[in-house]
Design a protein around this ligand. Structure first.
Ligand code: HEM
Length: 370
């Protein structure tokens, strides 16, 4: 074979001596290297200290352990469904279909912040509401909100560091005060935000909690005018403060069980309220509240009339990515938004490929879902 005189003709080896062919081969080599380089860069192999979405999710797993099939944050939750009755007031600000007067089907999820799916409900856990508005003839809008008035970090790096700083010490089951102090020394914005959070008492349950989007977004109307807004789902159920004595010892799911009982008794409502930003209001820092005198516009009512266990195809398999936005709603320059979107995607990809275990929260129709 090696001495076959026809070999070089058959495989056109002679053409390799040709300068043009060599240049083409070199170009192909450069193109392959460029593609490999891009993968290496995106994968973080070239910059071991750069905060990537994979590293962010690795940190959740480092702190909470790996719970296959569950969200890496807000792991404990229950599915909800209902509808949003828009009163049409949002149309002046945005072309998004969700703001046109009428009814829009909604699915969602109530959850507790934290990466442990079997954690006990408790007064200190931040409560949350993820929603997907699905107008029959329009683009979907997703939002994931929490029941504190400001966020506690202003950028993804701060979030990454605070996850480790607040990791419970195995000896005490509580975060190490020295590590928290060290973190706060370097993050005065978190110390200020915590003061605001502590000044606002938690409500007694999921149904009478108000949930805040916290980030600024921009609404764009038919004339192209762009308005900075923040939004909140304001509870219609009257506020009652968290009782001082917690029944958690008897029922690890007391908050979820109360929400299930409440929604099964009668639908629960929230008002979607937009806060209109003015010049100088920070759009890139969710730790800073906007001045209290800002205009509020009530754009409609969310009604939740269905609650059910996480199951295949329902809220369990939705990624409530805050950047799934219809035209007419645009992101602001808040650096947390793209970091969240990227991290949620990695969490979703990991959990989607893992075997599933039942949620800690069981409803009468668990298995069928909301
Ligand atoms: C850099 C900051 C943040 C990171 C890295 C982060 C990370 C995550 C992750 C990994 C999930 C699970 C996603 C999934 O598997 O579907 C999640 C869920 C959630 N996050 Fe965040 N988060 C951040 C900031 C925030 C903020 C500022 C809010 C509120 C305004 C928020 C509200 C929520 C809610 C409500 C859920 C649960 C949604 C659901 O039920 O699927 N997060 N977060």
């Amino acid at each position: 074979m090696a001495n076959d005189p026809n070999l070089s003709t058959r495989y056109q080896l002679g053409s390799l001596a040709n300068k043009g062919a060599l240049a083409r081969l070199a170009l192909i080599g450069v193109a392959i290297l460029a593609v490999v380089g891009c993968f290496a860069f995106v994968g973080g192999w070239l910059s071991p200290y750069r905060l990537t979405q994979a590293r962010m999710i690795d940190r959740f797993e480092q702190v909470n352990g790996v719970w296959p099939g569950f969200r890496r944050n807000h792991a404990k939750g229950v599915c909800i469904a209902g509808y949003f009755n828009s009163n049409g007031e949002g149309v002046q600000l945005s072309t998004a279909a969700v703001f046109r007067a009428g009814r829009v089907p909604v699915i969602g999820r109530l959850s507790l912040a934290g990466g442990h799916p079997y954690m006990a409900d408790g007064p200190a856990a931040v409560r949350a509401m993820g929603l997907a508005f699905r107008p029959p003839s329009g683009e979907e809008w997703r939002t994931a909100m929490i029941d504190i008035p400001v966020f506690i970090v202003k950028d993804p790096e701060g979030f990454y560091e605070q996850l480790l700083a607040s990791q419970p010490d195995p000896a005490t089951g509580k975060p190490d005060p020295a590590k928290i102090k060290e973190f706060l020394n370097h993050h005065p914005e978190t110390a200020r935000a915590l003061q605001i959070v502590q000044a606002n008492p938690f409500s007694s349950g999921f149904a009478n909690a108000s949930y805040n989007g916290l980030h600024a977004f921009r609404l764009v109307n038919a004339g192209g005018a762009s308005t900075p807004v923040r939004w909140s789902m304001v509870a219609v159920d009257p506020f009652e403060p968290e009782p001082p004595a917690q029944p958690a010892a008897q029922d690890k799911n007391y908050l979820f069980d109360a929400a299930i009982a409440r929604i099964e008794r009668a639908p629960v409502a929230w008002r979607l309220v937009l806060t209109i930003g003015e010049a100088g209001d920070p759009s890139n820092d969710a730790t800073i509240p906007w001045p209290s005198g800002r205009e509020h516009i009530d754009v409609g009512t969310l009604t939740i009339d269905n609650i059910g266990g996480e199951a295949p195809g329902n809220c369990r398999d939705v990624n409530f990515d805050p950047l799934v936005l219809p035209s007419g709603i645009e992101p602001s320059d808040d650096p947390l938004l793209s970091a969240r979107s990227a991290a949620y995607s990695t969490s979703f990809t990991r959990r989607a490929g893992e075997p599933k275990k039942p949620s800690a929260v069981q409803t009468p129709d668990s298995g069928k879902g909301a």
